[in-house]
Design a protein around this ligand. Structure first.
Ligand SMILES: [Zn+2]
Length: 181
């Protein structure tokens, strides 16, 4: 039901006009603060089983949570952001970015060779080449032919922007919006 890209499934019964949202246990745990913060603001749920309930697997551990439409409305931006973060955390690379990266390389006309080295100024993680490093510490999330590469540090969630100029590479970074679990 869930995979690298999908941690949210919208279920709808058109005939009965009922709907709910299934979120993976991993995403539910990641966004626990947002979920718990939203619950007191909602009135009692008109539907069984309430605003949130866990679905347990055969091992007794939750594999998903069912959210009411009201709860979903209150936390959807947090959940969508969390889903995206999980994608990068698990090493996902946006497919379009790989095409853009190939374009980036094909337009390369600087006097120095492109190096795949990336360094995270926040947690210190680094690699000699993000493309071949077996530990895959960074995920490419954007690239353009103007010389910009954007990475996510999979250790701490920092966004790292490498701007390639004629004679230097400038690194800028943005810390993750909230601490990682
Ligand atoms: Zn980092």
């Amino acid at each position: 039901m869930f995979d690298l890209e999908t941690h949210i499934v919208h279920m709808k019964d058109v005939k009965a006009q009922r709907e709910c949202f299934l979120v993976s246990a991993e995403l539910g745990v990641r966004c626990a603060d947002a979920l718990q913060g939203a619950l007191p603001m909602l009135g009692p749920s008109t539907e069984v089983p309430g605003h949130i309930c866990s679905c347990n697997g055969a091992d007794g551990k939750p594999f998903a949570y069912i959210l009411s439409r009201e709860l979903w409305n209150a936390v959807k931006y947090d959940l969508k952001a969390g889903e995206k973060e999980l994608f990068f955390k698990h090493g996902g690379v946006v497919q379009e970015s790989l095409k853009e990266f190939r374009d980036f390389l094909s337009q390369w006309d600087f006097d120095y060779d492109y190096s795949g080295s990336v360094h995270c100024p926040n947690c210190g993680r680094e690699t000699g080449d993000w493309r071949t490093d077996p530990t895959h510490p960074f995920a490419l999330s954007n690239a353009n032919t103007g010389g910009l590469l954007v990475f996510q540090c999979l250790n701490c969630g920092t966004t790292i922007r490498l701007k390639h100029f004629k004679d230097e590479v400038v690194c800028e970074h943005t810390l993750p919006s909230r601490p990682r679990a």
